[in-house]
Design a protein around this ligand. Structure first.
Ligand code: NAD
Length: 475
């Protein structure tokens, strides 16, 4: 066996095992499967960043490009003290499979910087991001056609704006420099809907899963999100938006929320926006009015609910606590929240797992739309929105004339109004999540595969292998 392909960390081990389980179901030769599995390139950096007091900190950072079967490669940048080379490789691999699952034509990548995102100053953060971008640029690890970063744990629009600005300064004369990164602010060539895309996609994915009566009956649930008890771990970008849409659009009851320092519980439901404000003002989730404090985030995961949504980090549900998970569905909003041994325990207990490589793909889907917008230099709908409005007006006038009835002002406005850019983004995201779920589910049922995760990996591995074959790399 080629030892270079052997994984080392528990997270990378889990991803490798998920891959192997699915790869066995394909008929592709082992060499081709090894190529689909391995990480094509990793750039490990150490560079100096000046602290606010003038002293120097040497920062460790990575960018892994997992698969060049399609370019550019794509994936977020994480700021966390837990960043290691293995973690970045595992996350980059998940990006490759995720893009394939939702039909986004990119290879997978991921960046990581080993810093405590909560502890660094704004000045240090900006110097760090600009230096990291320059390092990537020097080695050809960033560019609209090469590798396109996005936000992940500990980063957001502000960091993406600094990356874009640094890249623009370095790349004179390039036609599409803003397509070098996605998740940018709207005022800097971003796209409406990107901020909430991952969490909204998580909601769409859970909604789609829970709409299948047979599958819900098999786990003792009725269909629909409305009225179901949901627990969310991590009230960051993904967790906050997932919880908010599950509550406001889906009618779910958010009974508990966990953050780093512990959690809160209220069987009658928590107002997600109010909890979010409380967290930001008091810097702790504890002591939210009307809710019971829970000492550790781990305890929150074990409370009774219908849907558990881990939205923080990997390795949260392990062989140690899997037997105590009290949910019917675990919806993986985070990347890799369940280790592979815990995955087996949960499945044996009849718990349905909606896998990360499908469920949190809303972010990369809308990033794809942002990249397309940056390449075309025009917002979605600019050429068609008014035309659609005029068409609607003609049609409505005709219907009113033929029927002799007319709509009131508000109804008329609803039909006449042409779509805005956000409408295109939301509808394309909803369609992506719905279509992709049903593609996985159909294969799961028709091929008799054990679970959704293995099926999603199987579809991704098979599609990527076929792309390599079509490229003629393995004649
Ligand atoms: P974020 O930094 O915005 O939020 C993460 C939150 O989790 C923070 O509020 C943090 O305090 C909290 N947290 C950390 N450890 C915790 C613990 N042990 N228990 C409870 N809460 C804890 O990060 P994010 O962008 O929301 O990313 C969360 C997860 O979603 C990561 O796994 C990331 O890879 C994945 N993801 C993010 C995106 C995206 O678009 N941002 C896309 C796909 C997947």
């Amino acid at each position: 066996m080629d030892t270079r392909l052997l994984p080392r960390s528990p997270f990378l081990t889990s991803v490798g095992r998920y891959f192997d389980r699915a790869a066995k179901l394909t008929e592709h030769p082992q060499g081709l499967l090894d190529q689909v599995k391995c990480c094509n390139a990793v750039y490990r950096m150490r560079f100096p960043v000046k602290r606010d007091d003038g002293t120097i900190e040497v920062v460790e950072a990575y960018r892994a490009e997992h698969s060049h079967h399609r370019t550019p490669t794509k994936g977020g940048i994480r700021f966390s003290l837990g960043v290691t080379q293995d973690e970045v490789i595992a996350l980059a691999g998940l990006m490759t499979y995720k893009c394939s699952i939702v039909g986004v034509p990119f290879g997978g990548a991921k960046g990581g910087v080993r810093v405590d995102s909560h502890a660094i100053s704004d000045g240090f953060r900006e110097r760090l991001v600009r230096r990291y971008t320059t390092e990537l640029y020097k080695k050809n690890f960033i560019g609209p056609a090469i590798d396109v970063p996005a936000p992940d744990y500990g980063t957001g629009e502000r960091e993406m704006a600094w990356i874009a600005d640094t890249y623009v300064m370095l790349s004179h004369n390039e036609l599409n420099p803003y397509a070098c990164v996605t998740g940018k602010p709207l005022s800097l060539h971003g796209i409406p809907g990107r901020r909430e895309a991952t969490g909204l996609g998580v909601y769409y994915g859970i909604r789609e899963c829970m709409s299948h009566a047979d599958d819900m009956k098999a786990i003792g649930l009725t269909t629909g999100v409305a009225g179901k008890r949901v627990i969310v771990q991590g009230l960051g970008n993904v967790g906050y938006h997932a919880a908010k849409f599950l509550q406001t659009e889906g009618g779910a009851v958010i009974v508990a929320i966990a953050e780093k320092e512990g959690g809160i519980f209220n069987p009658k439901g928590l107002d997600v926006d109010a909890v979010f404000q409380h967290l930001h003002h008091t810097k702790s989730i504890h002591n939210f009015p009307g809710a019971q404090n829970i000492a550790t985030p781990g305890e929150v995961l074990e409370l009774e609910c219908e849907v558990l949504v881990p939205a923080a980090l990997e390795n949260q549900i392990t062989a140690d606590n899997a037997a105590r998970i009290n949910a019917k569905i675990v919806a993986e909003a985070a990347n890799g929240p369940i280790t592979d041994d815990a995955d087996e325990i949960l499945r044996k207990r009849g718990i349905l797992i909606i896998p990360d490589i499908y469920l949190n793909a809303g972010g990369v889907s809308v990033s794809y739309f942002e990249w397309l917008k940056n390449l075309s230099h025009v917002s979605f709908g600019r050429m068609s929105s008014k035309h659609e409005e005029l068409n609607n007006r003609h049609l409505l006038d005709m219907v009113e004339k033929l029927t002799g009835k007319s709509l009131d002002g508000a109804e008329r406005q609803l039909i006449l109004k042409g779509p805005q850019e956000i409408d295109y983004v939301y509808s394309a995201l909803a369609d992506t999540m719905s279509y992709s779920y049903n593609r996985i589910r159909d294969a799961w049922k028709s091929r008799g595969i054990s679970d959704l995760r293995t099926t999603a990996f199987y579809l991704a591995v098979d599609r990527i292998a076929r792309t390599y074959l079509a490229l003629g790399i393995f004649p």
